[in-house]
Design a protein around this ligand. Structure first.
Ligand code: ADP
Length: 451
């Protein structure tokens, strides 16, 4: 074999061995590279999903604009607040930053700008901040806008302001009368007015001081209800008996206007588990209002009945009535249908809100229905004693804690009855306690109201 042939053969053998190896190596490298690309893409996709999940789970709106002021990202909360988010930061500032000065502050070069924005019923707080997004390299600098809905806080603040303004106004009116009548009497009235006129002035002063006293008492009660620290002194109570007692107490007031109060019992199940004073306060408010807003010679009917697990007291009058559009407002503090006139009836405008709050504390409610000029109907619903006590007992047997003041009181009463009955020290089971509840509830109904 010639040297040339040997070289050729060696080259051919080497090529035959090396080329497949090289091909294999390059295929391997390509596969590794493509695996790297896939992995990187997966990592980017994962990071994107992660950051998107984080953005979506926030309860603040987030909008990010890049260094070129183009929209980079936004979360669902922001979209819910603004609808379509402008594509660029200048467009965003034009739309949402003109009236509140955010746009001006931005072009004046402020790094962090906080402003408020009202959008229909919503109050939003916007904070626009410059952020360096490129790990300090600066070339990725952009802006992040965070948006918080503070409508509830704002509304609470407005309600508080209105409440303070109302209280001041309600106190100022009688105070002005007291002041001006006393001034007149001191200046010249005592010397120049006759005895009758002086007496009338003093009566006026007295009446207005009583009004202020009533208002302050109502305000103190409301504030104790609001702080919800007031425990309920609840017992088994015959609601029919309370209705009779309250209407008897208001008989003189009704007779002064030749108004009749009729009572009707539609059920024998009239036991409730409630705070006597609170229930009487609710009934007094409903019947007093019926008397107040019914003309001379009118008629008031009070029904006591039961429906499903509730006991109700329905107070029906044939008085001035309330327009439909006013009905939803009458449970608001200081709301009066007749802004000028009804003060003359002596109310504080706090009667119904207090009554409703007390009813709710007993897991009850008040429903108002009315027709202008024809009369009104206010119904107090309270859970029947048997139902309330039995559901509380079941909760107790499941080791559930009483959720509110009334079930706390019911749980305490059940424990007391259980102790009374555990003569031999044996623990009573749920069935024995249910029997005790039935017996106690039956015994608590004392009268049947009927005319
Ligand atoms: P007030 O102390 O002024 O009576 P309430 O809170 O008890 O305050 O009632 C709020 C308003 O609801 C009253 O000012 C009155 O306009 C209206 N209202 C309540 N009860 C009746 C009723 N039976 N008939 C007509 N209007 C009523």
């Amino acid at each position: 074999m010639s040297p040339f042939q040997i070289v050729l053969l060696t080259a051919a053998v080497t090529a035959a061995l090396i080329i497949p190896f090289m091909l294999w190596r390059s295929r391997q490298a390509r596969r590794r590279a493509s695996q790297d690309v896939v992995r990187t893409m997966q990592r980017i996709a994962n990071e994107r999903t992660e950051s998107q999940t984080i953005l979506s789970s926030l309860d603040v709106g987030i909008i990010a604009y890049g260094s070129d002021d183009r929209l980079l990202a936004s979360n669902p909360v922001a979209i819910d607040m603004f609808g379509i988010i402008p594509d660029t930061l200048p467009a965003f500032l034009d739309r949402f930053g003109t009236h509140n000065g955010m746009r001006a502050a931005f072009y004046l070069g402020s790094e962090t700008i906080a402003r408020e924005l009202s959008m229909g019923e919503r109050y939003l707080r916007l904070v626009c901040q410059h952020h360096s997004l490129g790990g300090g390299r600066g070339n990725f600098g952009g802006h992040i806008i965070t948006v918080q809905d503070f409508s509830d806080v704002k509304r609470q603040e407005e309600r508080r302001k209105a409440f303070v303004a109302n209280v001041s106004h309600e106190l100022k009116t009688p105070l002005t009368t007291v002041k001006s009548y006393t001034e007149t009497l001191l200046d010249w009235g005592i010397n120049e007015k006759d005895r009758e006129a002086i007496r009338a002035d003093i009566e006026r002063i007295y009446e207005d001081s009583l009004r202020m006293e009533d208002l302050i008492a109502d305000l103190l009660l409301l504030s104790s209800l609001d702080s919800s620290g007031a425990p309920l002194n609840a017992h088994l109570l015959d609601l029919a008996l309370s209705v009779r007692q309250v209407s008897d107490r208001l008989l003189d007031q009704a007779r002064a206007k030749q108004i009749e109060i009729e009572l009707f019992a539609m059920t024998r199940e009239t036991a409730v588990f409630a705070d006597k004073n609170a229930v009487e306060r609710i009934l007094t408010n409903l019947i007093t209002n019926a008397i107040r807003y019914t003309g001379e010679g009118g008629r008031i009917q009070v029904y006591i009945g039961s429906v499903v697990d509730d006991i109700y007291v329905k107070v029906i009058d044939n008085g001035i009535g309330i327009a439909q559009m006013e009905l939803e407002n009458i449970f608001e503090r200081f709301y009066r249908v007749d802004k000028t006139g009804s003060r003359q009836f002596g109310g504080t405008g706090l009667g119904l809100p207090i009554a409703l709050e007390l009813a709710r504390m007993h897991r009850g409610r008040i429903v108002a229905e009315s027709e202008m000029g024809a009369g009104s109907q206010f119904t107090l619903f309270l859970p029947g004693a048997g139902h309330l006590l039995k559901t509380t007992l079941i909760d107790l047997s499941r080791k559930e804690k009483p959720a509110d003041a009334i079930t706390k009181a019911a749980a305490a009463a059940i424990r007391d009855w259980a102790k009374e009955d555990e003569g031999d020290g044996a623990l009573l089971d749920v069935h024995a306690l249910l029997d005790i509840i039935d017996e106690k509830v039956d015994n608590s109904v004392t009268i049947i109201v009927s005319n």
